[in-house]
Design a binder for this molecule. Structure first.
Ligand SMILES: O=C(O)CCC(=O)C(=O)O
Length: 288
């Protein structure tokens, strides 16, 4: 296990949507991730970010052209402020619909090699400054989502993110060593997986709104701490798999629905104008 903490960082390998599908798949299988710049149109990110910020008022504000900033005390997942604003974010139709855009499904089908199933559980990440040590620890989604090898994570920053704001780092090729032992730790999710001594080089880059990071279910990834004085980093993510692949039942719940009272699908769907993305998962054939 790597206890020396002498990590080095290299930039993400950039992929281009214009590349041949076979090349993209080969790179994903070789490195365990794909990073595509500007895949999601800026206006889609901006409109979702505005809606999320509306839900975060008065704790997080924004003075354009600056990124979101914290008003008041820092918080992280499960803190009182987070529990107050998160149900409002989860109730946004635009938040869920973001992952069902045809444009996104087309991209994910390159990886899933079959019509993709969008996990019902959608996550918004709010990384505030002055919470160092509470950032997402190194983990594999195969463990946290009880998922098989054909599941992939899909992560999108809603505004430009630099190193100080806390980027997402991936451990290249780490998916090749299977699902690792975990131990309890502080931070989002509460567990971290083992990192081996030879695993020193991580990949991360400053990213722009609408860039997409797709990672294999066994790729180890983590968040850097937010070292700014008042900037808040906001991103969204979910998981995809080939339709019919096994999906563990907890992924059909709203994120944090297990601990925030009243955060359930009827309350989330209550004010939506369109039913298309509601309960689409009910008859999913691969549930266990
Ligand atoms: O955005 C973050 O802080 C963490 C994202 C992550 O770890 C994930 O999507 O699994």
């Amino acid at each position: 296990m790597n206890t020396l903490n002498h990590d080095q960082t290299s930039p993400y390998i950039i992929s281009y949507i214009e590349e041949d599908t076979r090349i993209l798949r080969k790179r994903f299988s070789e490195w365990g991730y794909l990073y595509i710049k500007g895949y999601i149109p800026q206006q889609n990110c901006e409109s979702l970010l505005s809606a999320i910020l509306h839900a975060c008022a008065p704790y997080i504000c924004r003075r354009l052209p600056h990124p979101p900033h914290l008003e008041g005390e820092p918080f992280f997942e499960t803190d009182t402020v987070w529990d107050e604003i998160y149900p409002k974010i989860q109730s946004l139709e635009a938040f869920h619909a973001f992952f069902h855009q045809q444009h996104v499904l087309n991209l994910m089908e390159i990886i899933t090699e079959a019509p993709p199933f969008v996990y019902p559980m959608k996550m918004a990440r709010i990384s505030t400054p002055r919470k160092i040590g509470f950032e997402t620890p190194p983990h594999q989604d195969a463990h946290s989502h009880h998922a098989g090898p054909t599941m992939a994570g899909f992560w999108v920053p809603l505004h430009d993110v630099n190193e100080a704001m806390g980027r997402v780092k991936v451990l290249p090729k780490s998916h090749k060593l299977g699902v690792r032992p975990v131990f309890e730790t502080q931070g989002v999710g509460g567990v971290q997986c083992e990192i081996y001594d030879s695993e020193i080089i991580w990949h991360a880059s400053d990213v722009g709104a609408g860039d997409v990071l797709i990672f294999h279910s066994c790729t180890v990834h983590k968040a850097e701490p937010n070292m700014t004085s008042d900037t808040v980093r906001i991103s969204v993510d979910t998981r995809f798999c080939d339709y019919g692949a096994p999906v563990f039942s907890t992924n059909l719940e709203p994120h944090h629905g297990w601990r925030i009272e009243g955060l359930n699908w009827p309350s989330i769907y209550g004010q939506w104008r369109n039913r298309q993305h509601q309960y689409y998962w009910r008859d999913y054939p691969g549930l266990f």
